[in-house]
Design a protein around this ligand. Sequence first.
Ligand code: SF4
Length: 357
Amino acid sequence: MLVHICCSVDSHYFLERIQEEYPDETLVGYFYDPNIHPYAEYQLRYFDVSYSCQKLGIELLEGPYNLEAWLKKVKGLEHLPEKGDRCTVCYDDRLENTVLKAIELGHDKFTSTLLISPKKSQDKLAIIGANLEKLHGVEFIFKDYRAGQGQMIQGQKVKEHSLYRQNYCGCLFGLEPQREYQDKIMDEMFNPISNQILPESIESRLELYHKRDDLEKKNIPYKIIKQKFLNYRLLTAMVKIKKEVIPSYFLCYSYLGKKKTSGRIEYERDDIAYLNKDEIKLISIDIFNDIAGTNYRNVKSMMYSPPTFQAELNLRQKITKNPYGLSPIIIVDKLSEEKYEIHMDAKIYDDVKEDII
Ligand code: SF4
């Protein structure tokens, strides 16, 4: 039987139940989900499904990441709510691809872990599955493992195996209204050009779940816990002198509270320059190198290969002697007597992150 898998939260318990009910079947998992955006999130979910399948002794295959074809299929339906017609097209695409894969591999049955997901319409999935069964002659296995205590047990399994519990369905179009409703920024959908790993980003979760795997392999006890914290994202930043943009690097937690300001250096102490406006501090790259123990040639090279977020945070504390500091700290190639024009948009927001202890 080929089992289409959407994520480990839905697949772990579903696969356990299928294994129990069909002990003579050879189950093969099939991760085909081009609806998951961005690609890093797709990788994270695939990674976690691999971990779960390994625990269950089930072979896992990865389908193609047909993002463009998927986007074309849902074109015109982007604005519709979850469980609407966009989702029907999305189920259709994933089940159709699965049945074709089942035929290619010679399976006579197929099913999908979407059936256990509380946010999916089982009725629609049943109709799509039955139609595909009629069309291709491969039996669609419909199972309602949500019923009774199903969802509660599913939740227990997730905790027991420390599985990755995502907090959105998958696509950009479902996530956008969800984050709008929660009044949260959609930080899943952007990433710095530097590839610096930001707190509670998808990339940071990927690191955490790799660590979980290492600890499991070494048989070291661990627990994944959640922590509340103040998160930070720099959305745009720019420094101009005489209307010319100059290379600049804004240390994390730099915050202006408005989009633009301007000013001149008022005084310098310990090679740190203080602007006469908005508590802004400027540091030349040479001084930064001395403080941080780095050897960047210039600011541009720092932009493409920055310190880690934590290292930046430590440096901020060293420079300002203030663990809660939000003053903008800007690194430039050379300090200037001219007037600085500073543009920035940054967000500071309460968030929850996972940690491993
Ligand atoms: S909300 Fe979920 S099911 Fe609906 S289209 Fe997006 S990824 Fe597919």
